[in-house]
Write a protein that binds this ligand. Structure first.
Ligand code: TRP
Length: 451
């Protein structure tokens, strides 16, 4: 139960590590298709609102717990609880987080595998000059091929677990430093391309003119879940990173930087993708395949398109890599013990996640009609329930822990901001963020009882 000794190399390294965790499939793949399925601008507006009034305070709480505890999540929680004369049972929040990320990582690896396949296909020029219809069909064909899907899922899982087995150190920091700036450059180029298409105006209108009548309890729930997912909070994964935070760094500033970068990536991807959607007369609500069909179409007519597309998928693969490392970290930290080394723990966790990923991998072929919940198959359920329910629930419990279990001075010290800022955080977390999560989680239940 001793303290961790490692620290991120610099303030910048910590911000980069958090951004690496936050920016991933959530921004580039999930955000556009969720926006498409949930009515456009209204969803975007709710998501940004949730990031600001829920995401920021909860993220600060989560990292502050890690920083004050300086241990792996379950140990940090029980250590702090016991020091404050509370029950060590608070540590089960850490277990819930680990189970949540277990399921998230299982489909995350499958979808990241899609981008590995597309990286390969684009550099070999497979999409160059193809029509939208052909590109659409080739994605369908790929999804229906269990061998290729499972192969890529396996490769991605191995990539993740190799880094996690080595421990998050210099490697991850260096990767992030190069990757993030490059990702922005390619995204700007894509938006520039979008601006030349006939769908650009429609895309902007779709993203920025909210139609409030599309908001239902499930749209609100989806937007809240997405805010947690994209910020990587609610599952103690950032808590694990917080334990390595340098002593003299202001947490509120770091968190705000990460949130802004994260929203920016989502917006840029959204503009680029919806420009193509509207210029090609496609359906914005076409689901998880959205990005994999629109982007190859966009690049198919660009000069040097195969290379740009290849660069895009390379960066996406790296962005998902840094996120999946973050997803795996709390589980590996938990499983690792005196008798089990880090590499063994990584192998065990990786094997388990890989297995549970199989039904997701097969959800577009063999198991397509294996309905677990209404008309949702395994993939549909695993991409929504952990995110929409367990991340917000975990986040709210972590916030309760930070504002009601921990000593006031202890948590303020871990936040490292001015007193006024800390007081504002405390008030917002207690009286706005936590009640809001409860209300949004309860709303669909209440609605279904009433009707
Ligand atoms: N935020 C990442 C994305 O947007 C996913 C992610 C990384 C995550 N670590 C997490 C989600 C921890 C929940 C919890 O792709």
């Amino acid at each position: 139960m001793s303290e961790v000794a490692e620290r991120w190399g610099s303030r910048r390294a910590f911000i980069m590590a958090m951004t690496g965790a936050a920016v991933g499939l959530g921004n580039i793949w999930r955000f556009p298709y969720m926006t498409g399925e949930n009515g456009g601008a209204a969803f975007l507006m709710l998501y940004v609102m949730f990031v600001l009034i829920l995401g920021l305070p909860v993220m600060m709480a989560e990292i502050a717990v890690g920083r004050a505890g300086r241990r792996t999540p379950m140990q940090a929680l029980s250590h702090l609880a016991v020091n404050n004369q509370r029950s060590p049972h608070w540590r089960w929040i850490g277990l819930m987080g680990a189970v949540t990320v277990f399921f998230i990582l299982s489909f995350y690896s499958v979808v990241s595998g899609w981008s590995l396949e597309y990286l390969f296909d684009s550099v070999t020029g497979r999409f160059a000059g193809q029509s939208g219809a052909v590109i659409g069909q080739s994605f369908e064909g790929f999804l229906a091929d269990p061998f290729r899907i499972i192969f890529n899922h396996t490769v991605f899982m191995l990539m993740t677990m190799t880094v996690v087995a080595a421990g998050i150190g210099g490697g991850l920091e260096k990767l992030n430093n190069v990757l993030m700036p490059l990702l922005y450059i390619v995204l700007f180029v894509l938006v520039g391309y979008g601006a030349t298409t006939s769908g650009f105006q429609d895309a902007l209108a779709w993203l920025f003119t909210p139609n409030l009548s599309v908001i239902t309890t499930s749209v609100v729930l989806n937007a809240m879940g997405h805010a947690f997912f994209t910020l990587a909070i609610g599952a103690c994964a950032l808590m694990a990173y917080g334990a390595y935070m340098p002593e003299h760094q202001s947490l509120p500033k770091a968190v705000l930087t990460v949130a802004v970068l994260d929203i920016l990536v989502a917006l840029l991807s959204g503009i680029a993708i919806f420009s193509v959607v509207f210029s090609q007369g496609m359906d914005p609500a076409s689901g998880p395949g959205l990005m994999f069909v629109t982007l190859p179409i966009a690049f198919a007519d660009l000069p040097g398109g195969s290379l740009w597309l290849g660069a895009f998928f390379l960066l996406l693969a790296m962005a998902t890599w840094t996120s999946s490392i973050n997803l795996a970290e709390p589980m590996v930290a938990m499983v690792k013990s005196d008798r089990m080394s880090r590499s063994q723990a990584a192998m065990l966790v990786g094997g388990g996640v890989w297995l549970v990923g199989l039904p997701s991998a097969l959800s577009f072929s063999t198991l397509k009609s294996w309905y677990l919940w209404g008309d949702g198959n395994f993939f549909d359920v695993v991409t929504t329930v952990p995110t929409d329910i367990f991340l917000p629930l975990g986040g709210a419990l972590i916030a309760v822990f930070a504002v009601w279990v921990m000593d006031r001075d202890e948590v303020f010290k871990a936040l490292g901001g001015s007193n006024a800022l800390c007081q504002t955080w405390l008030w917002l977390t207690r009286w706005v963020s936590i009640p809001l999560v409860v209300v949004v989680l309860m709303a669909p239940l209440i609605k279904s009882w009433l009707t």
